[in-house]
Ligand binder design. Structure first.
Ligand SMILES: NC(=O)C1=CN([C@@H]2O[C@H](COP(=O)(O)OP(=O)(O)OC[C@H]3O[C@@H](n4cnc5c(N)ncnc54)[C@H](OP(=O)(O)O)[C@@H]3O)[C@@H](O)[C@H]2O)C=CC1
Ligand SMILES: O=C(CO)COP(=O)(O)O
Length: 339
C-alpha cells in the first residue's frame, strides 16, 4: 500500500482516486473548493461524475498543506493551465522527496513547455524523486464504470514507471510502461487538437470518410512534430498516440470532440466554453502546437487550419476547403524519415 495525494478533483482526478481507493492505497484527494471536498466525503462528485458512487475510503480535503503532508506519491490532475499555480502552492510546504505523476494533457503556449518540464521548473529538484506521465485512451466516465481501460506510465527511470504501474494496475485498469516521456506527452496533448477538428467535421455534417482522413493525417503531423522534438516514432503507434486519438475522436465522452462539434454547428468559441463546464485542453494546445510547428519548421496543416478557426476568425467551411485544396503530395514523403 502507498500513501498518495491526488491534486485536482475534476473528472480525471476523481476517477483515478476511485482506482487508487479500490486498490486499497492510503489516498487523499485535494480540491480547492471546500464544498466539493464535503460532497466527495459523502461519496459523490456529481458535477463531474454525475452517476458515480465513490468508494468509502476515497477521502477529500481542501487543505493543501494536509495533502502535501499526506502522500509519498503526488498525482497532479489539474488542467495544464493550473499546473504551475498548483506546483507553486505545493512548493510552499513541501520538505521531502516526492514521486510526481502527472495525468494532464497539454502544452503551455508561449513557453512551449511540456507538463513534466513545467513541474521541474516549479518544484525544486531536491524534492523531485522523479516525474512519471500517466496517459492513454481513458475516459473518466468509463473508468468509474470499471470498463476495461489501458494506459501508459512513462518515465526514463523504469523503476519509477514500474512503481506507478503497480500503483494503478487492477482487473479493469491495465497499465503499460514506456520510457519515451516526450512522445507520450506530445501524443496525449496533440490528440486533443485532432479531436476538436473531427468534432468540427462531424458538426458540419461530414461523414466517417472525413473523420478517418483527419485522424490519419492528424496522427502524421503529431508524429512529425514529436520526432523533431526528440520522441520515439513507434510511441505514436501505441496507446498514447493512435490509441488516445481513437478514443477521443470517436467518443461523445470527449470534451474536445463535443466542443468541436458545437463549433461545427455554428456556435462561437465563447458559447461553447460557457456550455462545456469542463476543460477543453485542445483550445490552448492548438495555440501551443501552432507555435511549435513554426519553432521546429514542421508542416502541421490541420493544426494550422484549426488555429485559423479558433483565433483568426476563419470559418470552418473555409478551413476545410483550404485543407482539401492543398498542393498534391506523396502520402509518405514526409513520414519516411521518421523511421
Ligand atoms: N476527463 C478525462 O476523461 C481525462 C482527462 N485527462 C486530463 O486530465 C486533466 C484534468 O482534466 P479533467 O479532470 O478532465 O478536467 P475537469 O474540467 O473535469 O476538472 C478540472 C478540475 O481542476 C480544477 N481546477 C481548475 N483550475 C484549478 C486551479 N487553478 N487550482 C486548483 N484546481 C483547479 C477544477 O476545479 P473547479 O471544479 O473549481 O472548476 C476541476 O476540479 C486534463 O489535462 C485532461 O486532459 C486525461 C485523461 C482522461
Ligand atoms: O484524454 C481523454 C481520453 O483519453 C479525455 O479527452 P477529453 O479531454 O477530450 O474529454
Amino acid at each position: 500500500m502507498e500513501k498518495v495525494s491526488v491534486f485536482g478533483a475534476g473528472s480525471w482526478g476523481t476517477a483515478l482516486s476511485y482506482v487508487l481507493a479500490q486498490n486499497n492505497h492510503d489516498l487523499l484527494l485535494w480540491t480547492h473548493r471546500q464544498e466539493q471536498a464535503d460532497e466527495i466525503n459523502q461519496n459523490t462528485n456529481k458535477r463531474y461524475l454525475k452517476d458515480t458512487q465513490l468508494p468509502e475510503n476515497l477521502k477529500a480535503t481542501s487543505d493543501l498543506s494536509e495533502a502535501v503532508e499526506h502522500g509519498d506519491i503526488y498525482v497532479l490532475a489539474v488542467p495544464t493551465k493550473a499546473i504551475r499555480e498548483v506546483c507553486q502552492d505545493i512548493k510552499k510546504s513541501l520538505n521531502r522527496k516526492i514521486l510526481f505523476v502527472h495525468v494532464s494533457k497539454g502544452i503551455e503556449p508561449d513557453s512551449l513547455k511540456r507538463i513534466s518540464e513545467m513541474i521541474r521548473e516549479e518544484i525544486p529538484e531536491q524534492w523531485i524523486e522523479d516525474v512519471v506521465v500517466l496517459s492513454g485512451p481513458s475516459h473518466a466516465e468509463e473508468v468509474v464504470q470499471e470498463h476495461p481501460t489501458t494506459v501508459t506510465a512513462a518515465c526514463e527511470n523504469t523503476a519509477a514507471a514500474n512503481r506507478i504501474q503497480d500503483l494503478f494496475m487492477n482487473h479493469y485498469f491495465r497499465v503499460y510502461t514506456n520510457t519515451d516521456v516526450i512522445g507520450v506527452e506530445i501524443g496525449g496533448a496533440l490528440k486533443n487538437i485532432i479531436a476538436l477538428a473531427v468534432g468540427i467535421t462531424d458538426g458540419l455534417g461530414y461523414g466517417d470518410n472525413a473523420k478517418a482522413a483527419i485522424m490519419t493525417r492528424g496522427l502524421a503531423e503529431i508524429a512529425r512534430l514529436g520526432v523533431k522534438m526528440g520522441a520515439t516514432p513507434l510511441t505514436f503507434s501505441g496507446l498514447t498516440g493512435v490509441g488516445d486519438l481513437i478514443v477521443t475522436c470517436t467518443s461523445v465522452h470527449s470534451r474536445n470532440w463535443r466542443a468541436g462539434n458545437m463549433l461545427g454547428k455554428g456556435k462561437s468559441l465563447d458559447e461553447v466554453l460557457e456550455e462545456m463546464g469542463m476543460v477543453v485542453e485542445g483550445i490552448r494546445t492548438t495555440k501551443a502546437a501552432y507555435q511549435l510547428s513554426k519553432a521546429y519548421d514542421v508542416p502541421m496543416p490541420i493544426t494550422s487550419a484549426l488555429y485559423a478557426v479558433l483565433f483568426d476568425n476563419v470559418s470552418t467551411d473555409d478551413a476545410v476547403e483550404k485543407l482539401m485544396g492543398r498542393m498534391k503530395k506523396n502520402e509518405m514523403e514526409d513520414l519516411i524519415n521518421l523511421l
